[in-house]
Ligand binder design. Structure first.
Ligand code: AGP
Length: 607
């Protein structure tokens, strides 16, 4: 989704802004632009396409100045054209960048047109620039005009505003969309996330909902939604500055797949002893909430939703607690029954997904408590939930979620143990599961080492148009996740089915042009799954099966990729890795944009 960068400094800021935009590319966008104040006027440059195109244009006609704002746009209102790209201006003195959607922009626009303002774009954002200009006519004070404008906006926004009559400051505000302030030495910044600014600072302030900030090179002043001046904590970015670099890897996605053994260790760190869950990991008050929990409602989107589906198997099996799972965009817009003592669990890599956040806000006062399993500290979901468990995966740059998913599963297993303890889980069984978790980094490493073999397998998919993924039990959501990965980065149509459903319809699709991938660990459902695979084989389907040692024999039309032996509880986590690698290599063979697939955004901060 749209990305914002702004800088006010004693040195030229154009290079900082362009580098910031490059670092936000992972969020997804279709045009980019910037406006820099050169001491006399605001110079604006906008281009369709990649940031490099904008940077090349800037080289031809350099923008010089110590204050500026920049933006990557992911089109919502109006096509991806240069005239719709941000920053948007009112007159030649005022420029605005915006992430989010202004839901009431149509009546605002009509009123502004009636007042004589001319619009040069189809965007909702342009109303913000004109509203500020209109308010400045009433009282010539930028802060007052900005605040009166913000009070008229409905929807979600993060905003950055500059004005040539106020040459050393950026005004910023957020409601529903993320915005951080970067704290430098004699220079300060704004951005959609800290990744954009790691080249200039590792100190950040996370604005809270409704906050308004005035950022100058030396001072940051923040007011809360009641316009009371507030101090917000400065947090130091802990992951090291290299997280924003690909290093030796060709793509961020591959780097992030390879990081899984390490980041899973970080998820487990301090949360388990040799034999036990350390429940204080869930924070103060968690134990009392877990004592009262009678039911869990999980809400998430995309990959995070698949993690929730797996957790349902675990919670009902190990903890004996009823669990419902639903995608946020459905849940938030339907009437739902919330049984008493429901713990509301959101799962999100970014912590900013608009639908998940809206579902939480909708239900908050109807539930026992809310817990989020999230990867971004300080994100909206973390701030607005009663409890949080961080996944500690470190920043995930590739749009296709990989390490975020496996660390979510680890966190969900810890959560399952916390509830299972209250429903009679024996110490021996807890020690067995915790023991398995201790082995997990090694098992993930073994799975990652299948890379070369999976690369060779991927050639069978690159020319195909459709693929079917099969799994049973908690491996069914793993199949769904495999299908999502393949479609989002290789653009091959992929569907997942619980293998038992094959003969109820999808078997009709199977022929030699429809490769079928099955995740088939050696568990109680293996024999059932083998029978399903025979159904595919009998129809001439080509099978690619990920299976434990010697449980399925390769034969003509059936290729077996041998997986390490895995404790049953960990199967969904470890068997995810080869599916990530498969989609990665298919996408590389097809030459698609692996880290920034078309039409997609990393953090879906608008509906
Ligand atoms: C998966 O590869 C996608 N990036 C997407 O489905 C993602 O999981 C979804 O948009 C939810 O994002 P979140 O985890 O940040 O809430």
């Amino acid at each position: 989704m749209c990305g914002i960068v702004g800088a006010v400094a004693a040195r030229p800021v154009t290079a900082i802004l362009l580098e910031g935009l490059r670092r936000l590319e992972y969020r997804g966008y279709d045009s980019a632009g910037l406006a820099v104040f050169d001491g006399e006027q605001l110079q604006r440059l906008r281009r369709i396409g990649k940031v490099n195109i904008l940077a090349e244009a800037e080289q031809q006609a350099p923008l010089k100045g110590v204050m500026g704002i920049a933006h990557t746009r992911w089109a919502t209102h109006g096509k991806p054209t240069e005239y719709n790209a941000h920053p948007h201006m009112s007159g030649d003195k005022l420029a605005v960048v915006h992430n989010g959607i202004i839901e009431n922009f149509e009546p605002l626009k009509a009123a502004l047109i009636a007042d004589g303002f001319e619009f040069t774009s189809d965007t909702d954002t342009e109303v913000i620039a004109h509203l500020i200009a209109q308010a400045l006519r009433v009282k010539n004070d930028l802060q007052t005009a900005f605040l009166s404008t913000v009070s008229q906006l409905e929807g979600a926004f993060a905003l950055g505003v500059v004005h040539t009559d106020y040459p050393n400051q950026i005004l910023a505000s957020r409601k529903g969309s993320p915005l951080v302030l970067g704290v430098g030495m004699g220079e300060n910044f704004i951005a959609s996330d800290q990744m954009a600014l790691l080249q200039v600072t590792d100190r950040f302030i996370y604005l809270e909902e409704g906050d308004f900030a005035q950022v100058t090179a030396d001072v940051i002043t923040i007011w809360d939604k009641n316009l009371d001046k507030v101090e917000r904590e400065i947090k130091v970015f802990e992951h090291g500055l290299s997280v924003a670099e690909k290093g030796e890897f060709r793509h961020f996605m591959l780097k992030e797949i390879y990081e899984q053994p390490e980041v899973v260790k970080a998820t487990l760190q301090g949360r388990i002893s040799a034999t036990k869950l350390l429940e204080q990991a869930f924070g103060n008050g968690a134990s009392a909430i877990f004592d009262q929990t009678k039911q869990v409602q999980i809400i998430a989107c995309g990959t995070s939703y698949h993690a929730g589906m797996i957790a349902k198997y675990w919670l009902e099996d190990i903890a004996g607690i009823p669990c419902a799972v639903e995608v946020a965009s459905e849940y938030r817009y339907r009437k739902h029954v919330v049984p008493e003592n429901t713990l509301f669990l959101t799962i999100s890599q970014s912590g900013e997904t608009a639908d998940t956040l809206a579902a939480l806000r909708e239900v908050q006062d109807k539930v026992l408590a809310s817990l989020t399993i999230c990867n971004v500290p300080g994100s909206s979901l973390v701030r607005e939930s009663d409890l949080s468990l961080m996944t500690n995966a470190g920043p995930e740059i590739g749009v296709a979620s990989t390490k975020a998913f496996t660390t979510q599963l680890v966190a969900l297993l810890l959560f399952t143990l916390a509830l299972a303890r209250r429903s009679g889980l024996s110490e021996a069984r807890e020690a067995e599961i915790v023991g398995a978790l201790h082995q997990l980094p090694e098992l993930l490493l073994a799975a990652v080492k299948l890379d070369a073999s999976i690369e060779s397998l991927s050639r069978a998919f690159a020319e195909k148009n459709h693929t079917l993924f099969l799994g049973r039990g908690p491996l069914y959501p793993v199949a769904m996740e495999g299908a999502l990965k393949l479609k989002e980065i290789s653009y091959i149509h992929a569907e997942a089915y619980p293998a038992g459903e094959l003969k109820h319809g999808p078997l009709a699709l199977v022929d030699k042009d429809m490769p079928v991938v099955a995740v088939a660990p050696n568990n109680a459902l293996l024999d059932k799954l083998k029978a399903n695979l025979q159904e595919v084989k009998a129809r001439g389907g080509e099978l690619f099966v990920f299976a434990g040692a010697d449980h399925i024999k390769p034969e003509e039309g059936l290729r077996v990729e041998q997986m390490p032996d895995v404790p049953e509880i960990l199967e969904p986590i470890v068997y995810t890795v080869p599916l990530q690698l498969l989609s990665y290599h298919v996408a590389v063979l097809k030459g698609t944009d692996v880290d920034q697939p078309r039409n997609l955004a990393k953090s879906v901060t608008v509906e």
